[in-house]
Design a protein around this ligand. Sequence first.
Ligand code: TYD
Length: 132
Amino acid sequence: MNNNKPYLINFPKIGAPSLGYISLAEKSNLPFTPKRIYWTYFTPEGVNRGGHSHFQLEQILVAVAGKITIITELKDGTKQEFFLDSPDVGLYIPKMCWRTMKYTHNAVQICIASIEYDEVDYIRDYNDFLNY
Ligand code: TYD
């Protein structure tokens, strides 16, 4: 996979409608070794989250419940919109990628992150992102 741009990852989906499902992220289907996992929930509809880029952090976002709309922008100006509404699909977001997210109120987003939390890794000013 080209880890310079966002792409969707299809995780395994084990089970059946009669039983329910398990999806999993492991070495064979992850582009990095996770260092941190966090989750986002109860985001009011209409709120834009994100609004930042990262120097080093790579992430995979999964809508384990509800729906998430994500807009990504790379430094070359490439903008994409992604829609997550399935617990077996994740969005890979590379480093140096501006992103904003909107959630349905019932959405629960799991984030699989490549590095530990460090505010110094954030670029929170859009012009700084463009000019870096
Ligand atoms: P932020 O990454 O800006 O959230 P989002 O991209 O979802 O809008 O983080 C929001 C706040 O939470 C910010 O004050 C930093 C804090 N935070 C941590 O302390 N640890 C973490 O691992 C994360 C992801 C955020």
